[in-house]
Design a protein around this ligand. Sequence first.
Ligand SMILES: Cc1cc2nc3c(=O)[nH]c(=O)nc-3n(C[C@H](O)[C@H](O)[C@H](O)COP(=O)(O)O)c2cc1C
Length: 214
Amino acid sequence: MSHSGTLPATLPQDPMPIFEAWYREAREHKVQPNPDSMVLASATPDGTPAARVVLCKKVIANPGYVVFFTNYDSRKGHELAANPRVAGVLHWDTMSRQVRIEGRVVFCPPEESDAYFSSRAIDSRIGAWASLQSQPLDSRATLLKRVAIEAARHGTAPTRPPHWGGYHFWLEAVELWCEGAFRVHDRARWTRTLQPSGNHAYTPGPWQATRLYP
Ligand SMILES: Cc1cc2nc3c(=O)[nH]c(=O)nc-3n(C[C@H](O)[C@H](O)[C@H](O)COP(=O)(O)O)c2cc1C
């Protein structure tokens, strides 16, 4: 499946409908084993970067954030607590498309994390209890033992561990890239401001679009 092409000649004011359509197409056509995988970069307050793949479970076009889930006590969890500024990349190789995003994270409302947690397979729910994500582990045997202990403790209906949940990654920059013929790609960047508004949200300003040399 190839989708080389261009962005609209006149850029739309809001990039989110295109981002959402690309994400939906990638998932519907299962263009790769994990079409929702996203490289997520965090940084410590002194600017040391780290990146890893997480699953981008939702793209919410309006008001403009994406959602991922993880262990709040992991390396990324600690980094995000100290510095909420993040960047992400989604790349769909077979669609010749890349989305780069930048912004700030807030915790998902607990009921949203509960709802997603309860939709996960039982083994994944047990795993969230068993894994001390990012901490040293002396052997796989220790992990398997913890999985067995947590499975026995929780039975068939594990509740969400307090250390596990989601983030809303609010977008203050979105860059859409699509591959063009003869390496003449098309690329545009949208930016906006974010004003904090409560524990779980930001109030965004209007998007501004700029086409960039590829
Ligand atoms: C395809 C793929 C999907 C992944 N999805 C997640 C995810 O949704 N959440 C998560 O916490 N880790 C996920 N991981 C594991 C992370 O890449 C990473 O190893 C883990 O979160 C620990 O990162 P940290 O030590 O920087 O916190 C995924 C890895 C891969 C390769």
